[in-house]
Design a protein around this ligand. Structure first.
Ligand SMILES: [Zn+2]
Length: 599
């Protein structure tokens, strides 16, 4: 398998293509107009504490002050029960009043979880989270968790054990620390639609909110890792040192000591715990120990850079930024099987080289500039393939084709045979078409980034063995996808249900909007249908209103059709209503659009 990454950079839009053996498999698009602040970490300053709202406004250098709720502030957790039993270990203390957590003018490190919208400022949290390829680092927490999207229990166990082993070197957790409930029961990696706490974590006494807030940085789009900027060593303030807290399941680094009006207890910068928290992301499924170890090392380096930035930054400065698409692509797609990364912008190339040198030095010679005369996306016909990925129909080499339909509830893929089928080898032809369709369907799901419920309607096969083989082919083809997919058995009618989980919008959603002409129906009323609608509208109008004459405005093709084929009907209608009707073509009217005007 030879893989190649092509990166096309223009001032307003960046696109990344993943090509495998000359075939486009994935497309990622990022537009300047859609880039927000979510995931960025800032050194902020509390501009106003509002006790009534249990919240504070924080200046982070944006136009409008951002919003921080008391429940999103890292604070101490209750001590673990002696026996470390199932009952709420490290259950959070009730949220203290905001004015015991923060005060005006205080410096505070915050992460944006929601972009400013309209007149509302950005929403913040102090539960920082920084994603890498397979993990999310929670520097102010001790949670060790596995994404609930990894459903296989033994795989969850394996990853959990790996994580415990790999992080145990960082510090020695207290001997009788029970596994945190969140780790035992799975921490939710933010799903496509809504952030839901795992029910059993709730039962174990975890408040979902801070956790959700901490995770939501990774929620939008492809989870992203920040772009570190180098800086001087951190400032530490020993006066602010806090005793280590016993809580394990909850973020344990206190941001501010509650209480004490003799205010030095408030901390400008929270100190990370001695061992970081991590969450295993969905795409860690099946990854070997080394992959996780590398990510832990990477996140460690990244975090120390962020800390340096925190130390050196002044208020309102960003200390950690989401990676932009090219670097995110390198982080998520770069692996030894990628033979080359070609970038058509020198500036982006420099940043990419910088990033790869820093985090994957062994792959640096694979990243190169593309100086070509031809647009980079003309290589391997990428541009064409993107156009085709927006169409409903996908031709198959065997002569058949797929029809892909996206509805509210699901995506359906209908497999069709070619027009001509020799009757002699019907079953064999159907089998070969279905085999090819299985592969094509898997590729299209990935290329179009379709998610949720997918139903593939294969052509009926009598042979049981053929059915098994088609299903096996589908399984195999889906395995190449980074998004987690589950394929179920084939029904008696040849339907295969599957689910595919993804974190970004589909390609069509990113690049297209619903057709205003057909309002999403995908079909238009014929000119003839519109003609008779106009006739009915005329009779209705003259009954209701006084008019000497009528003027009909309609699309040119409709007016032409009426004059050419229905002039007799128009004459009859004029006689019936006793008025003349004038038709006027309107270039900009769609076929279904018309106006009947009384003169
Ligand atoms: Zn349409």
């Amino acid at each position: 398998m030879s893989e190649e990454i092509l990166i096309n950079v223009t001032p307003r839009e960046t696109r990344v293509a993943l090509v495998e053996n000359g075939m486009l498999q994935e497309v990622h698009v990022e537009r300047a107009s859609r880039r927000g602040y979510v995931g960025n970490i800032y050194k902020g300053k509390v501009s106003r504490v509002m006790p009534g709202m249990q919240a504070a406004f924080v200046e982070i250098g944006l136009d409008r002050a951002a919003f921080l709720h008391a429940s999103d502030i890292v604070r101490p957790t209750a001590p673990l029960p002696e026996d470390g039993g199932e009952a709420p270990p490290g259950a959070p203390l009730p949220t203290p009043p905001i004015n015991e957590l923060l005060r005006d003018g205080q410096e505070i490190i915050v992460q944006v979880v929601k972009d400013p919208i309209g007149t509302k400022g950005a929403r913040l949290t102090t539960h920082l989270s920084i994603p890498s390829r397979y993990l999310v680092l929670l520097p102010y927490s001790k949670v060790l968790g596995v994404s609930v999207r990894i459903e296989d229990e033994s795989e969850r166990q394996r990853l959990k054990e790996l994580l415990v082993e790999l992080t145990s070197g960082q510090a020695e957790p207290a001997a009788n620390d029970p596994a945190p409930p969140a780790a035992r029961h799975g921490v939710p990696e933010p799903p496509d639609v809504a952030l839901l706490p795992p029910p059993r974590a709730l039962a174990a006494g975890l408040t979902p909110r801070p956790l959700v807030a901490a995770l939501s940085a990774a929620a939008r789009g492809d989870p992203e890792v920040g772009w570190p900027q180098a800086g001087p060593p951190p400032i530490t303030n020993p006066a602010n040192a806090q005793p280590r807290l016993a809580g394990l399941a909850q973020p344990a680094a206190p941001l501010a000591a509650p209480g004490s009006a003799a205010a030095p207890a408030l901390r400008p910068v929270p100190a990370p715990v001695d061992r970081f928290g991590y969450i295993v992301r969905t795409n860690a499924e099946g990854q070997p120990r080394e992959a996780l170890a590398e990510d832990i090392a990477y996140l460690g380096r990244l975090w120390s850079v962020v800390q340096e930035n925190i130390a050196r930054a002044s208020v309102g400065e960003r200390v950690y930024e989401d990676l932009n698409l090219p670097l995110r692509a390198l982080r998520d797609l770069m692996r030894p099987s990628v033979e080359s990364v070609r970038i058509d912008s020198r500036e982006t190339l420099e940043r990419a080289l910088d990033f790869v040198r820093r985090f994957m030095p062994e792959l640096v010679d694979r990243v190169e500039h593309y100086p070509g005369e031809r647009p980079i996306f003309d290589l391997y016909g990428v541009e064409d393939e993107i156009q085709k990925a927006l169409r409903k129909e996908v031709p198959l080499k065997s002569g058949g084709h797929l029809v892909i339909d996206q509805t509210e509830a699901m995506t359906t893929i209908d497999v069709n045979t070619g027009a001509f089928l020799g009757s002699r080898n019907l079953e064999e032809t159907v089998f070969r078409t279905n085999l090819e369709a299985a592969q094509a369907a898997a590729r299209q799901l990935r290329l179009r980034n379709l998610g949720g419920i997918v139903i593939v309607d294969f052509i009926d096969m009598a042979d049981e063995e053929h059915r098994r083989q088609v299903l096996r082919q589908l399984h195999k083809a889906m395995a190449r996808d980074r998004a987690k997919a589950t394929v179920y058995d084939m029904s008696a009618l040849g339907l295969v249900e599957m689910t595919r989980k993804r974190t970004t919008e589909s390609l069509a959603r990113q690049l297209c909007e619903p057709c205003p002409t057909c309002s999403g129906r995908g079909i238009l009323k014929t000119a003839e249908t519109v003609t008779y609608e106009i006739f009915r509208e005329i009779t209705r109008a003259v009954r209701q209103f006084e008019a000497k004459q009528l003027l009909v405005l309609a699309a040119p093709q409709v007016v032409n059709r009426i004059l050419e084929e229905d002039s007799a009907a128009v004459a009859e209608l004029e006689e019936f209503i006793g008025k003349t009707i004038r038709f006027q073509p309107e270039e900009h009217y769609s076929q279904e659009q018309y106006d009947v005007v009384l003169l």
